[in-house]
Design a binder for this molecule. Structure first.
Ligand code: URA
Length: 271
């Protein structure tokens, strides 16, 4: 059997995906609008107890059309697994499109129209799910949560809230000179604190003793993206723990226009 994500057949989600913001609200100078909006990952059937707010989609997400399926997604799937949450979650991003350029993400944190559409998702998800905890990945997502809190629906939310470092914080910190091992240790200490705060607050799908992270991320700390989270028929290697999509190009414009997809060497049935 191959479970799959049926998508956005029914309202309120059908209405949200039918009427998404375009380049008038997400300028093409600051967002990779050419790859289309990518809306969510996880349950839309009213069973989500954890609502995750990510940042913006990247290359893998542009192909699978679901968010948080690359490195960040696999790391955070492992975090949820430690809480016993295997299926009862739903995720949206702060931004519907991939941010283009380092400062673009920060430049649009106060955009009312971006927030209004995102609030449509948050309101729908909160209204239709028994959400026990909201978890924001990174500063932009934290800002998105607090912006929503200023609305009537956001103010009425009474569940738990945790803001954690973004799953790829170590990678971005290392690229700006921080020692990679220290950056990873910082992420994992931050996540351990959030795990401790959330443990017992969220009803698990599978009760398991909390196993905190050490100072390095081990393969056992990652979890595979469930098949049921992706559109029907996507091959299993798209959920594997290896990278398979990357932006390529000799010029910025070519790189923006090109995502190379390559099946990981150990996942090829023809070799
Ligand atoms: N991919 C996403 O969809 N969101 C993130 O925050 C990071 C990667």
């Amino acid at each position: 059997m191959h479970p799959f994500d049926p998508g956005y057949a029914a309202d309120p989600y059908a209405a949200l995906v039918r009427d998404y913001p375009g380049t008038d609200i997400y300028p093409a100078t600051d967002f990779r609008v050419e790859w289309g909006p990518i809306f969510h990952r996880g349950r839309l059937d009213g069973t989500a107890r954890v609502l995750v707010i990510g940042q913006d989609p990247a290359a893998h997400e542009a192909i699978t059309r679901r968010i948080l399926v690359g490195t960040a997604g696999r790391r955070f799937q492992g975090f949820l697994a430690k809480l016993g949450i295997d299926t009862s979650y739903v995720m949206i991003n702060t931004y519907l499109y991939s941010v283009y350029g380092q400062s673009a993400g920060n430049a649009h944190t106060g955009d009312d129209n971006i927030a209004t559409y995102r609030h449509g998702w948050l309101d729908a998800l909160i209204a239709h799910n028994p959400v026990e905890a909201v978890i924001a990945l990174g500063g932009l997502a934290d800002n998105a949560f607090h912006t929503w809190r200023k609305t009537a629906t956001g103010a009425a939310y009474t569940g738990a809230y945790q803001h954690v470092l973004h799953p790829t914080y170590p990678d971005s910190a290392a690229s700006s000179g921080t020692d990679p091992a220290q950056a990873m240790a910082k992420l994992l200490a931050n996540w351990n604190a959030a795990l401790t705060a959330l443990d017992g607050t969220i009803t698990p799908d599978t009760a398991r003793p909390l196993t905190p992270y050490g100072t390095t991320l081990t393969p056992a700390d990652l979890a595979t993206i469930p098949e049921a989270d992706l559109p029907a028929g996507l091959p299993a290697w798209m959920r594997s723990d290896e990278a398979w999509a990357s932006r390529q190009g000799a010029t910025p414009a070519e790189k923006r226009a090109t995502i190379t997809v390559q099946i990981p060497a150990d996942q090829r049935p023809f070799t």
